[in-house]
Design a binder for this molecule. Structure first.
Ligand SMILES: *Cc1c(COP(=O)(O)O)cnc(C)c1O
Length: 359
């Protein structure tokens, strides 16, 4: 439904639809890169108890600075980070919006390299920030020389680099990140939403924080941490950058309930992250399966695989939905993205896809 004429919405927002992947029930959900394993009964009980404890104080506003939570997140991240170098919000999507509120805006620009996370341009639009995209190579890596010349030409205040990238799964090498940091006049955000799923030995951009005050590394509890429903994202950066984000945050943006849930989950981080090894193994099996089927995949360090290419990808997507498996129609034309589920869910996906392909 388009917004009716009489609604005085901003002209530049007219004609847009609210963004989001289809949400369906009674299907196997392999479409939004969630962790398929729900928190255990023990973790759930601790979360529930923590919420009960704060419930008696809900007449009061929450800790505006989320001090305890930021300290716990800093400890989880390691790298000698202090709580004043970490900021948290309702999902890393809110962090991203705050970054554009603080560093973007009218007359300013933000830049990324497509195909990449489809939310970045939405937040640029919402904050009246010009949005510029460079193109990734055939193999979905970013060419350093072309990236640097684009940054030199555009002089963006914000650069977003997802690593591993969504929807391709591509990790960005340190050399590329360093070159972007050297060329970019503003802040550089490495979106590490999928960092925990990286293959052994893949370094985190957190290692670069100490030497690069304009670097921000964002993380989330939505993916590896199996906590998408709680909405908790966070970012690590220089204290002065965090202080800039604190200027634009809504007062009391992070509810006492959210803070309590995230703190409880962090107490059980080992247990919540225990499924990551299994998901990485299942991902590698999935890639091998695609290879055996003669289906092309993009090299992935995340909990999803981009596969293709299909003349009519929508027909494949629909065929899978008709068989009770929901994946994501996203990425470049001809490609589809499937999240890594449980082994049983992957078996169902294999059967459904083979049927759809008439095999
Ligand atoms: C899923 C995802 C996020 C996480 O978003 P939340 O708001 O934390 O749930 C961030 N960046 C990318 C690239 C993602 O795919």
């Amino acid at each position: 439904m388009p917004i009716p004429e009489w609604v005085p919405i901003r002209e530049d927002l007219r004609g847009f639809e609210p963004y989001g992947a289809p949400q369906m029930t009674d299907v196997i959900c392999l479409n939004v890169n969630e962790n398929p394993y729900s928190p255990s009964a023990v973790v759930a009980a601790d979360i529930a108890e923590s919420v009960r404890d704060v419930a008696t104080g809900l007449n009061r506003y929450p800790d505006r600075e989320a001090t305890e939570l930021r300290a716990a997140l800093a400890e989880y991240l390691g790298h000698d980070l202090g709580s004043e170098q970490v900021w948290a919000a309702n999902g890393s999507n809110e962090v991203m919006l705050q970054i554009l509120q603080a560093f973007g805006g009218p007359g300013r620009s933000a830049l990324s390299f497509a195909p990449t996370y489809s939310m970045y341009p939405e937040y640029a639009r919402d904050t009246n920030t010009d949005w510029v995209t460079g193109q990734r190579d055939e193999d979905f890596t970013v060419d350093v020389d072309r990236a640097v010349s684009l940054i030199n030409a555009v002089q963006p205040e914000v650069v977003f680099l997802a690593s591993p990238n969504n929807p391709t799964g591509t990790v960005m090498p340190f050399d590329t990140i360093r070159a972007v940091l050297a060329a970019a006049p503003g802040v550089v955000v490495i979106d590490e939403a999928y960092a925990e799923f990286c293959r052994e030995g893949t370094p985190s951009a957190l290692e670069l924080l100490a030497d690069n005050p304009r670097l921000l590394v964002s993380r989330t509890m939505s993916k590896a941490f199996a906590l998408a429903g709680a909405r908790l994202g966070y970012v690590a950066a220089d204290k002065a950058i965090i202080d800039a984000l604190r200027i634009v945050r809504l007062p009391y943006h992070l509810s006492a309930v959210t803070q309590a849930v995230a703190l409880a989950a962090l107490r059980h981080s080992d247990e919540l992250l225990a499924t990551v090894d299994e998901l990485r193994a299942t991902r590698d099996e999935l890639v091998t399966w695609f290879e055996a089927q003669g289906i092309e995949t993009a090299a992935t360090d995340a909990n999803f695989v981009l596969f293709g290419q299909f003349a009519d990808r929508h027909a494949i997507w629909q065929g899978l939905v008709d068989r009770g498996v929901l994946i994501r129609e996203t990425g470049p034309q001809g490609w589809l993205r499937v999240s890594v589920g449980t082994r049983a869910e992957m078996e169902a996906f294999y059967r459904a896809l083979q049927e759809v392909l008439g095999r």
